[in-house]
Design a binder for this molecule. Structure first.
Ligand SMILES: Cc1cc2nc3c(=O)[nH]c(=O)nc-3n(C[C@H](O)[C@H](O)[C@H](O)COP(=O)(O)OP(=O)(O)OC[C@H]3O[C@@H](n4cnc5c(N)ncnc54)[C@H](O)[C@@H]3O)c2cc1C
Length: 345
């Protein structure tokens, strides 16, 4: 959009591009995320930050038995399925991906430190009201790309995300190659998933060489409230409570984590098939439209939403067509795709 006649403003609540670590690594799929990157002319920039060698999976059980080791098989970038040097699902750090996208558009488009409180409908369009009380100019179209707790969504639908009964606790081990070479070898360049008892430890190699592990398990809200001890200070108790009898070398993914990097998240999702009646001048994309449990599609869907909405808008403006027709076409495609992925998640 920035290279067209369409004038855009992005309101972002974070104070700057570097204000938060942004979290772990993501695999960017050929059929979705990579399509936006290509369309935006960012393929070369992406190749500089992508890690095709990270697209390898190991799956083990709680006894330490390895059931799958893709690292021992043909390297994915040589599989012939994707561009030769990227592979189908190269990994990239969130921070690097975000920086690449931010740097690709004129700096004045993003209004940092602008937390949106609500969006108000008027006679000639929509006004964005910021948390500091300031009003924006009037816009023809407002796109809520503001994540699970969108401030735009209430104008379109009464649905809000519900707790899906799954918890993710994130543990991060810095300098893993020098401090814990056994863990480094076991995780390798990609992802190690240790799965048993309907629980999982998902350890992922990051671009800086560290290892980030998501411990995921089902838990009721009451159970969590009862167990509300500080996981970061009491990792031994956490490992004993949640992963008793699991092989010690996999429990080390938790036990050896740096204290300052433990994050607990109650995972929320919108209902499968979430949709709304089209309203002129308003739409949603990404988690705002279809937050789901993390299984590798969330970011890819958000990027594909952005591409498909952008293409529809550019075409409508070029052909001087009704924006509502373009947005409805985007929404119908997105609703179908999201329904499938929310169900799978
Ligand atoms: C533990 C975990 C692991 C995950 N792993 C993966 C994975 O491996 N692969 C994958 O594809 N997906 C993964 N996901 C899902 C993925 O993170 C999301 O689907 C994706 O980030 C959605 O992108 P988004 O831009 O729609 O929303 P977000 O990433 O939430 O971005 C929203 C943006 O809007 C800003 N914002 C929010 N509210 C306001 C406001 N009121 N005013 C102004 N700005 C605002 C935020 O600061 C942020 O910059 C994971 C999610 C979790 C929780």
């Amino acid at each position: 959009l920035p290279s067209t006649s369409i004038s855009i403003t992005v309101f972002e609540s974070e104070p700057s591009a570097s204000s938060r670590s942004q979290g772990g690594t993501l695999d960017i799929h050929t059929e979705s995320g990579q399509r936006l990157i290509k369309a935006a002319g960012l393929l070369d920039a992406f190749k500089k930050i992508a890690r095709p060698e990270g697209d390898v999976m190991k799956i083990a059980d709680k006894h330490g038995v390895l059931h799958l080791d893709e690292a021992g098989e043909e390297a994915p970038r040589l599989s012939g399925k994707g561009p030769q040097d990227l592979g189908d699902r190269p990994e990239v750090d969130r921070r690097a991906l975000r920086a690449m996208l931010i740097e690709s558009i004129p700096a004045e488009i993003i209004k940092w430190g602008s937390k949106v409180a609500k969006v108000v409908s008027g006679d000639t369009g929509y006004t964005v009201v910021l948390a500091d009380g300031k009003d924006s100019e009037v816009f023809d179209l407002v796109v809520g790309a503001d994540g699970a707790w969108s401030r735009v969504r209430p104008l379109l639908t009464a649905e809000t995300p519900f707790y899906a009964g799954v918890v993710s606790v994130e543990f991060h081990i810095h300098d893993v190659d020098s401090r814990f070479p056994d863990i480094a070898r076991r995780v390798g360049a990609g992802t190690l998933a240790v799965l048993s008892d309907s629980r999982g430890l998902f350890a992922q190699r990051q671009g800086d060489g560290s290892v980030r592990t998501y411990a995921m398990f089902r838990a009721s809200g009451e159970w969590l409230d009862e167990k509300a001890y500080d996981f970061s200070k009491d990792k031994q108790r956490f490992a004993d409570d949640l992963f008793p009898g699991w092989s010690e070398r996999d429990r080390e993914l938790v036990l050896k984590a740096n204290e300052d990097s433990v994050v607990l998240r109650r995972l929320h999702m919108l209902p499968r098939g979430h949709r709304w009646e089209h309203q002129p001048g308003l739409t949603l994309l990404g988690d705002a439209a279809h937050v789901m449990l993390p299984f590798g599609e969330g970011v890819n869907d958000a990027l594909l939403d952005a591409l498909q909405l952008g293409e529809q808008l550019i075409e409508a403006v070029k052909e001087k067509q009704d924006l509502s027709k373009a947005i409805t076409a985007y929404e119908e495609g997105m609703f179908e795709r999201a329904k499938e992925h929310v169900e799978e998640s």
